[in-house]
Design a protein around this ligand. Sequence first.
Ligand code: PMP
Length: 415
Amino acid sequence: MNLFAEIESEVRSYCRTWPVVFDRAVGSRMYDENGRSYIDFFAGAGALNYGHNHPELKRALLAYLERDSVTHGLDMQTVAKRDLLAAMREYVLAPRGMDYKVQFPGPTGTNAVESALKLARKVTGRESVVSFTNAFHGMTLGSLSVTGNSMKRGGAGIPLVHATPMPFDHYLDDQVPDFLWFERLLDDSGSGLNTPAAVIVETVQGEGGINVARAEWLRALADLCHRHGILLIVDDVQMGCGRTGPFFSFEIAGITPDIVCLSKSIGGYGMPLALTLLRPELDVWEPGEHNGTFRGNNPAFVTATRALELFWADDLLPAQTATKGDVVRDALTSIAAKHADLGASVRGRGLAWGLAFEDPSIAPKVATAAFDRGLLVETAGSEGEVAKLMPALTIGHDELAEGLSILADAVAAAR
Ligand code: PMP
């Protein structure tokens, strides 16, 4: 429904799922312009792990603006950037014994992916990249070419130019035990398979439908990359910043990627920010080789820094995420059992959950029924067959329970 009909200047000026005009948002609630309230289980597709307008983050941002600090800084060295780099070191990298250089590749997730792909190709002098079925890495040409979704690529006429798609762990119902077959191909020089520059992977595919990779699978992948000198890029744009529990989603597997892409919740407040983390010896960038006008988004540096101080100085958030995740898993398991005839199944980790249905027409109906009852839920998966639940990590227990109860009603109504 086009609610801006009187203006008609926006390309595709309608929203796929929610036929209202939103106005305000606080914590895990959004409000439309008529004052109706909705519980938000969408959280900016992972950009709002700390909820909407968190008071401490807002205070930091307002104080920064109040003193006429730098807002736009390109690649200038600023106090806000220095503070963010220090906070990354203090709260994220040092406690995990990680040694990464931090690059500011541009404002959004796709910028982090582009810089990672370009860097991997430059460092190795190789061209191709391995990505996975149902992967989502972004909407620009490079990131789209490693996105495993033909609808998204096809419209733009982008084949998997430099990418070899491989089955993701989840793809064959966990029936892909190892990478022996891939290793055989890599060793078989006569077959003509060129060693790729990199493998890019999400540890939990978000847009792909909350497909969770097993820790052993990730370890085998990291090991294969290591043995063949292939750079491992973990795209943690959606699953990083605590979405699956720990700060980095790959921590569960005990692996250390060569390059890590962060965006979405790293800005803390829904502010555009992306970071590419790279092993120091991979820093072969020439000055100006990867730049962009908005990669010095200083207000986002401020909210990002404050979010790291607030949420990552101790281990409270991962523990709370695990507890809330158990609540979501139990509720979804009971909903799935009640609707076993729909082939409903549950997958997830931390606070990223999916309720998948055999019939792809069900999840969109669930999202609509949920909206009618005051709950925002997105769909995901190659056919939109998964109701995707990603509440803010800071959601209150009451709101979480209320949202899950609305969801149960919505599934009953959608069948
Ligand atoms: N990588 C992943 C895993 C994502 O989920 C997304 C966004 N959904 C992107 C990259 C692209 O990020 P952005 O939309 O900010 O460019």
